[in-house]
Design a protein around this ligand. Structure first.
Ligand code: TYC
Length: 101
């Protein structure tokens, strides 16, 4: 075949980097009732009953437990919303966020 002298046309297509994920963490306290924690986890994070119980008991025994991971904005929004729902009922329950390593 005749040489055309043109270079092979290869293009580097860069995939967009995935946004870093942030954990929503449930923090234990001595005052919030266990069943309220489980109900809140189900309502705010859509976790099934059995999983909500495991998360609650893990926080209860270890001091804290990861609930789920989201993008930064969503994690912060959900943590704030869930914490406020507890505050509205007079409980000190706290959800925090931190970047996933
Ligand atoms: N420690 C609480 C109690 O004994 C229950 C509880 C569990 C509270 C997990 C917060 O993140 C928590 N009533």
């Amino acid at each position: 075949m005749a040489e055309t002298g043109t270079k092979p046309r290869t293009k580097t297509v860069l995939k967009p980097a995935r946004p870093p994920l942030h954990k929503v963490i449930l923090v234990n306290d001595d005052f919030t009732p266990r069943d309220f924690v489980v109900r809140l986890l189900k309502a705010e994070f859509r976790v099934p009953e059995a999983q909500a119980n495991v998360i609650m008991l893990t926080a209860h025994t270890k001091g804290a437990c990861v609930v789920a991971v989201f993008t930064k904005e969503v994690a912060e929004e959900k943590a704030t919303r869930a914490t406020e729902a507890a505050r509205n009922k007079g409980y000190p329950l706290l959800f925090t966020t931190e970047p996933e390593e």
